[in-house]
Design a protein around this ligand. Structure first.
Ligand code: NAP
Length: 356
């Protein structure tokens, strides 16, 4: 049972990110002082939106320069904080040559660096770690190994590696290291938030988060020939941010919390968007047979045959009862999708063919 002083500052790592933007906003709205870490506090595209929120809210924003790859880099930011929310981690699914350097090292060594800073700072009582359902499973086919055909917090991803699903591997490896470090001491406790695919409006245009590219891909014609039957859990970014605050300030919060509203296939997501946004966009209209995707998929993008074999055609389901008991109230994936897509349209990130 951990009671947090509401006047103490809260540290949020990776504050420039898509999810962290909402966390910082909710903390500032509630009057907290936020120690926000970013790699480059002078970069307006990373911090301008946070500074604008801070000006309008009762809380106070303090920026710190911290890099996951540098030991000692988070020491100053955690000083005086009773809660540390560690969200920073690279979330990219393509565009790198060396997965170990681009994903795994910053995720794992970065988590170690943050938690070693926590160990050196006597003020910290609780860490909230942004893990992922990637800590729970690697491929959709892993659903066959669950007890009741549903992923729960008891499941661990044992099928990812640097060579197969390296992002998922970076997340499960970082979460395992975090629990090891946590269990080696007794002064602070840790709660992990394990979100499914996060969608919903973004407070920043600068994020590289793969979440933001997914909707663009569904509408810009890259998938117009059809999509494989890929199923994923979906959760709204605002629910994920709220869950971080609930995890931090609910004294008896403990362990892992899966965050997922419901699961949808890519085709169902596209059909939802098409019914609302009509014909101006090149949404996929059908599912492609798995053998066809297996044969041609690897030529069209960074997917491998192993990924297709172990993911296409398997529907995933998640038990979200622990997060609901914590106080998370979910909106539907359809509401989230439509609101997020509307924002992408309004921001000019995707253009209707009619407007072109
Ligand atoms: P994001 O917008 O790309 O945010 C990630 C943040 O990590 C960036 O703001 C970046 O900050 C920081 N970062 C990356 N490399 C860094 C480094 N070497 N040193 C310091 N900071 C670094 O992605 P997001 O979607 O909000 O993801 C946030 C967290 O949620 C991640 O841990 C991700 O794995 C997890 N998650 C995301 C989803 C999802 O669907 N989006 C689902 C489950 C879990 P800079 O400004 O300094 O570059």
């Amino acid at each position: 049972m951990t009671n947090i002083d509401a006047k103490a500052p809260v540290c949020v790592t990776g504050a420039s990110g898509y999810i962290a933007g909402w966390i910082v906003r909710y903390l500032l709205e509630e009057g907290y002082t936020v120690h926000a870490t970013v790699r480059d506090p002078s970069k307006q595209s990373s911090v301008g939106h946070l500074q604008a929120i801070a000006e309008a809210q009762p809380g106070t924003l303090k920026l710190f320069a911290s890099d996951l790859n540098q030991p000692g880099s988070f020491d100053e930011a955690v000083q005086g904080c009773q809660v540390v929310m560690h969200t920073a981690s690279p979330f990219v699914l393509s565009g790198y040559d060396d997965a170990e350097a681009a994903l795994v090292r910053p995720a794992v060594d970065g988590t170690r660096n943050v938690l070693e800073a926590v160990n050196r700072c006597a003020d910290v009582q609780r860490v909230v770690l942004t893990s992922s359902v990637a800590g729970i499973y690697g491929d959709s086919a892993d659903i066959r190994n669950t007890e009741n055909g549903v992923f729960t917090e008891a499941d661990w991803n044992t099928t990812s590696s640097v060579d197969h699903n390296p992002y998922q591997y970076s997340k499960v490896a970082a979460e395992r290291v975090a629990w090891e470090i946590c269990k080696a001491q007794s002064r602070w406790d840790m709660v992990t938030i394990n979100p499914a695919m996060v969608l919903g409006p973004s407070l920043t245009n600068a994020s590289q988060s793969a979440s933001i590219d997914l909707l663009r891909q569904l509408a810009d014609g890259r998938l117009r020939d059809g999509v494989p039957r890929l199923s994923m859990g979906i959760v709204d970014v605002r629910e994920v941010a709220r869950a971080h605050l609930l995890a931090a300030f609910t004294p008896d919060a403990e362990g892992r919390y899966i965050l997922c509203s419901a699961s949808r296939t890519m085709l169902r997501m596209a059909t939802t968007l098409k019914s609302r946004f009509r014909d101006g966009y090149r949404f996929p209209k059908r599912e492609l047979p798995k053998p066809l995707v297996w044969l041609f998929g690897p030529m069209k993008g960074p997917v491998t045959r192993r990924f297709i074999s172990r993911n296409a055609g398997y529907d995933v389901r998640f038990d979200n009862s622990r997060s609901r008991a914590l106080g998370v109230e979910y909106r539907t994936p359809e509401d989230t999708l439509v609101e997020h897509f509307q924002q992408i349209v309004d921001d000019g990130q995707i253009r209707s063919r009619k407007a072109a």
